[in-house]
Design a protein around this ligand. Structure first.
Ligand code: ADP
Ligand code: MG
Length: 343
């Protein structure tokens, strides 16, 4: 009979990494969420070879103080919640304290940061070795840079599942798109193999926001969309919905956010589908960029490690609000608003 043993921390992290780090795009998602949680206003993303060789993300957020840097890489270490009650109303994108520990266990990671009021920056790097993270002084303006090299270099079984550079970059770009649509106030600069792919300045006015949407979703979407902004019974829904004539053959232009977090949810999908039912041809998919805001205690985000799923406390109310709001908006669309059919 084999003895029961505690797993060494690195192995435990690698196992946990299976849940959050599937491919380069999942690394980018976690790192960008950290930047946004740190109050960043500008984020620079550099990737090489679809993110497999390198992902470097730099922000101008509030940084991490020197003495906390090694802790940031430990599992279950987070500055975002401290007690069970905090889970009732999570205001940040992260809260599980797992991402950096997981990513660093399956890559060569370095974390450089300069916190407010600190004279210089500091760096910790794990470089995939099973050892204590060491601290070095490093020049860095206020903010944080995380560099992730050679993803899955020490877990060949996972590396095998990576697709071509083009496919991996496609996933990664989609993640950035989703986050850039959720935070118009933040600038994003994406470079792939040293070439600029997106340069998005902070968008304050409605016009600038629509310009960003046009850049990310194509001008046809915004030309064929109507604005929504409705508030009722503690819920607010705002954003843009595509006209029924601007439907797609795939559900590939559907962005739905709950309190700023991009989600995939059956209840939401059902309400939207119902609202479009009478105005959309069978087999066509609606297009939308929509933001639902509600009291954070009305929604549980701790359902799944990737935090893509949520659970509404009063699902029925959310469903009927979404359905009735969208149904009304679509019923009000006049024939002259309907520009043309595209795919
Ligand atoms: P979580 O985001 O769930 O707290 P992470 O492993 O992603 O867990 O990050 C651990 C901690 O490291 C965060 O709680 C935060 O305090 C700090 N941190 C990570 N990235 C940044 C960043 N870009 N700027 C400032 N602090 C950061
Ligand atoms: Mg995080």
């Amino acid at each position: 009979m084999k003895k029961i043993q505690l797993l060494p921390p690195r192995l435990a992290n690698q196992i946990a990494a299976g849940e959050v780090v599937e491919r380069p795009s999942s690394v980018v998602k976690e790192l960008l969420e950290n930047c946004l949680d740190a109050g960043a206003r500008r984020i620079d993303i550099d990737v090489e070879q679809g993110g497999v060789k390198l992902i470097r993300i730099r922000d101008d957020g509030w940084g991490i103080p020197e003495d906390q840097l090694p802790l940031a890489l430990s599992r279950h270490a987070t500055s975002k919640i401290s007690e069970l009650e905090d889970l009732e109303a999570v205001g940040s994108l992260g809260f599980r304290g797992e991402a950096l520990a997981s990513i660093s266990s399956v890559s060569k990671l370095s974390l450089t940061s300069s916190a407010e009021g600190q004279e210089q920056g500091w760096r910790v790097q794990t470089e995939g070795r099973d050892m204590e993270a060491q601290l070095f002084p490093a020049a860095h303006p206020r903010g944080t840079t995380v560099e992730v090299r050679d993803l899955f270099f020490n877990t060949p079984a996972r590396r095998k599942f990576l697709r071509t550079e083009k496919t991996e970059f496609g996933h990664l770009e989609e993640v950035i798109k989703r986050l850039a649509l959720s935070r118009f106030d933040v600038g994003f600069h994406l470079r792939h193999n040293q070439r600029t792919v997106h340069q998005l300045k902070p968008a304050e006015s409605q016009l600038e926001r629509e310009r960003r949407i046009a850049m990310l979703c194509g001008p046809a979407f915004i030309d064929n969309a109507v604005c929504v902004d409705v508030e009722a019974s503690g819920l607010r829904l705002w954003g843009w919905v595509g006209l029924p004539t601007f439907s797609r053959s795939q559900a590939d232009m559907q962005y739905f956010y709950v309190n700023g977090r991009v989600i995939r949810d059956k209840l939401v999908a059902h309400a939207v589908r119902q609202a479009y039912r009478d105005v959309l041809y069978n087999g066509r998919h609606p297009t939308f960029v929509l933001f639902l805001e509600l009291d954070p205690t009305g929604v549980d985000v701790n359902v799944h490690p990737t935090k893509h799923e949520v659970r509404f406390r009063d699902g029925r109310n959310v469903h009927s609000f979404l359905f009735s709001t969208l149904h009304r908006v679509l019923a009000e669309v006049r024939p002259q608003d309907q520009v043309q059919e595209r795919s």
